[in-house]
Ligand binder design. Structure first.
Ligand code: UT7
Length: 331
């Protein structure tokens, strides 16, 4: 209890970050040899210049492991100090056990809770929101949160409207309980009515067989519909976040958005009246890595020295489901 008699709030503060991209790079020019596209079209419509592709046999769990080791090192935390691992992914290694369990064992963090969260491209925002609740309620003090994907495993390489967009990658953060500051609020949303605009309609219960249109086990997307919905949903969650914290849009130091399309990022920045110099953009380097995208951008921003301790960061993402969400935090 504090002197005033109220229970002091506990915050989840980022103690360290890490990320990992597979070695193989596929440029827009490489893609133009596979499908009818061009570097000019892809760069102008999406901002993407290249993406990384996991090697044969390299899994979501492998990417997560490398990102997690880097995050633990930067936080100065040993794996056996972890109370919980929450991993956002829509491309798990196996149907079960969860990729979080595989990661837990490989890190040597045996015994702590570990589970996956599937919210497509919003996976990291959903995962960090859950982790924050564990810390705020006192059920955990040190939590590893990961976003990791091998999306290119379910890309149709003959479909130019989708194959140019996605890449593989992972990012991770270590959250620690802090008495002063950290995550201020998180906001999650979903609209399952829009599932068919962005999905991969196969699975254990539905079945993995290709359907009569021969389109199973592949990402399908109505690009421009998703684009319009994403811009509106992100506008609305950004407003909601500012309002919940009694903040003005000019109070935000850095926007760290989901890296799907530079034009969507620019639309959100415009809404925040934020110059692009204060927006972290990495989509050019790795395309849309789904759950990996926000923690990849965050790690880049911190390691490059752009984001400094004490600054106010707004993280947001939108993806299949639809799902979308935000996190406001003081770094
Ligand atoms: O992370 C989850 C959320 N996902 C997203 O946020 C993705 C949202 N959507 C988008 O980013 C954009 O809608 C795309 C990048 C997918 C597409 O951009 P667009 O400006 O909406 O283009 P469009 O789909 O309206 O297509 C315009 C034209 C079409 O040709 P016609 O019909 O005008 O002759 C397409 O066939 O561009 C053509 N096109 C391409 N041309 C060259 C589509 N894909 C390609 C391509 N290369 N790769």
């Amino acid at each position: 209890m504090s002197e005033s008699g109220s229970i002091p709030r506990v915050y989840s503060r980022i103690a360290g970050t890490g990320s990992y991209l597979p070695a193989k790079v596929l440029t827009n020019d490489d893609l133009s040899k596979i499908v009818d596209t061009s570097d000019e079209w892809i760069a102008a419509r999406t901002g993407i210049r290249q993406r990384h592709i996991a090697a044969d046999g390299e899994t979501t769990g492998d990417l997560a492991y490398h990102a997690a080791v880097r995050a633990l090192q930067s936080a100065g935390v040993e794996p056996d100090e972890l109370d919980l691992i929450v991993l956002g992914t829509t491309t798990p290694d196996l149907v079960f056990p969860s990729t979080a369990c595989l990661l837990q064992h490989r890190l040597g963090a045996n015994g702590c809770g570990a589970f996956d969260v599937n919210a497509a491209c919003s996976g990291f925002l959903y995962a960090i929101s859950v982790a924050d609740k564990f810390i705020r309620t006192g059920d955990a003090r040190t939590v590893l949160v990961v976003g990791s994907e091998t999306l290119t495993r379910m890309v149709d390489w003959s479909e130019r409207t989708t194959c140019v967009l996605f890449g593989d990658g992972a990012g991770a953060v270590v959250l620690k309980a802090d008495a002063e500051t950290g995550i201020l609020s998180t906001h999650l949303h979903a609209d399952g009515a829009k599932k068919e605009l962005l999905w991969n309609p196969v699975g254990v219960s539905v079945g993995f067989k290709e359907n009569e249109k021969n389109v199973g086990v592949r990402i399908q997307m109505a690009g421009s519909d998703v684009f319009k919905y994403a811009v509106k949903a992100l506008d609305s969650v950004v407003e909601e976040t500012l309002e919940a914290n009694g903040l003005d849009r000019h109070d935000i130091d850095w926007l760290i958005p989901h890296q799907a399309n530079l034009r969507i990022i620019e639309a959100t920045a415009k809404r925040l009246d934020m110059p692009m110099e204060r927006v972290i953009v990495t989509v050019d380097k790795h395309g849309n890595t789904s759950s990996g995208s926000v923690p990849l951008a965050l790690d880049h921003a911190i390691r490059s020295g752009q984001v400094q301790r004490g600054q106010l960061l707004l993280l947001e993402a939108f993806g299949g489901g639809f799902t979308w969400g935000s996190a406001l935090l003081r770094y």
